[in-house]
Design a protein around this ligand. Structure first.
Ligand SMILES: [Cu+2]
Length: 335
């Protein structure tokens, strides 16, 4: 009984890993399917080899009835020749397996990172502990910056140019791409074509300090029309506040320290070292996946970011309750 329960629990645990929005086996692009296929192939092959070795060890330990253990000092040319063949062919087989697996994974890398034509170029810069996302266009008036949430059109090749502003980070959206480091002073390129619409979660995959675990990224793959609509919305400047509370919020934001770090396009706030907040209200999450977006969570974040992401590079700023309310209301309205 206990054994069966354990087995069922084990199977459940294993299978529950097979679906979800951050899962390399639940693939949504040819590239991630290829990586998943390689993983499965490696696993099966290595399990087979492991099992064969275990069987051989078992057989060797048991020895054969009626046959004395081979005395290493006696000379038996027949036995030595046979052992030579076995060891020789196993060494050759090992070499072949290692070479084939190396070849396959090299071909896989070429496929993931090799040059391809592209429809959308997105520059992603890792910061401790958030992602800066810049859409580049030939027409500079259509380039813009956002953070932590990337939108891409389904079926179109997208080129991510990865970089870092501080330590090494690693960009990984398991359902869509392979994993690639973001390194200071170097541009790594990752291409991907999403095959079906969806919201895919990713995560920084290179330990980068205190809040490494709270360095999530969201990729929203959507139809070309939805993508264009989203992009036009993001290119636009921030919406003007429509009531007194929000006007107060904008004033408090622009006059205080917030504006030294954050940009809100269309206002005086032009800080460049923190996430662009021009359309922060349109994002699904706050602070790289730490909290779902809502007015209440905005207030919770602003009043004490360190209680949510200890060690974060945003200071706790003293605000009156009215200012806090007004700023949260204003930021939430920035769709
Ligand atoms: Cu990290």
């Amino acid at each position: 009984m206990a054994g069966r329960v354990l087995l069922a629990a084990g199977a459940l645990l294993a299978l529950s890993g097979c679906a979800g929005w951050q899962n390399m086996l639940d693939t949504a692009s040819a590239d991630s399917s290829h990586v998943a296929w390689l993983t499965i192939l490696f696993t099966i092959l290595l399990v087979v080899i492991w099992a064969a070795v275990m069987v051989a060890v078992f057989v060797a330990r048991r020895g054969r009835p009626g046959r004395e253990l081979h005395d290493p000092l006696t000379i038996d040319p027949g036995f030595d020749r046979r052992t030579g063949y076995v060891v020789g062919s196993l060494v050759a087989a090992t070499l072949v397996v290692v070479l084939v697996l190396t070849g396959l994974s090299y071909a896989g890398q070429r496929r993931l990172f090799g040059p391809r034509e592209e429809a959308v170029t997105i520059r992603v810069t890792g910061h401790q502990w958030w992602w800066e996302v810049r859409y580049e266009s030939q027409d500079s008036s259509r380039s813009f910056t956002t953070a932590n949430e990337i939108h891409i059109p389904v079926g179109q090749p997208v080129n991510f140019k990865l970089n870092s502003s501080d330590v090494i980070h690693s960009f990984w959206v398991p359902s869509l791409t392979g994993k690639l480091d973001a390194i200071t002073g170097r541009e790594n390129q990752l291409r991907v074509t999403a095959e079906r619409p969806g919201v895919y979660r990713g995560q920084c995959a290179e330990f980068c300090g205190l809040q490494h675990a709270h360095m999530g990224i969201l990729v929203v793959a959507e139809s070309q029309e939805e993508f264009e609509r989203w992009r036009d919305g993001q290119i636009a400047q921030a919406r003007q506040p429509e009531d007194d509370e929000r006007r107060q919020g904008l004033a408090a934001f622009a006059a205080g320290p917030c504006a030294m770090c954050h940009t809100i396009r269309g206002t005086n706030a032009g800080g460049k070292i923190a996430p662009d907040l021009t359309h922060v209200g349109s994002r699904r999450y706050l602070a790289a996946g730490a909290l779902p977006m809502s007015r209440g969570n905005l207030a919770a974040w602003i009043v004490d970011p360190h209680s949510i992401k200890p060690g974060v590079n945003m200071p706790t700023i003293k605000l009156s309750p009215d200012e806090l309310n007004a700023i949260s209301a204003y930021l939430e309205s920035l769709k």
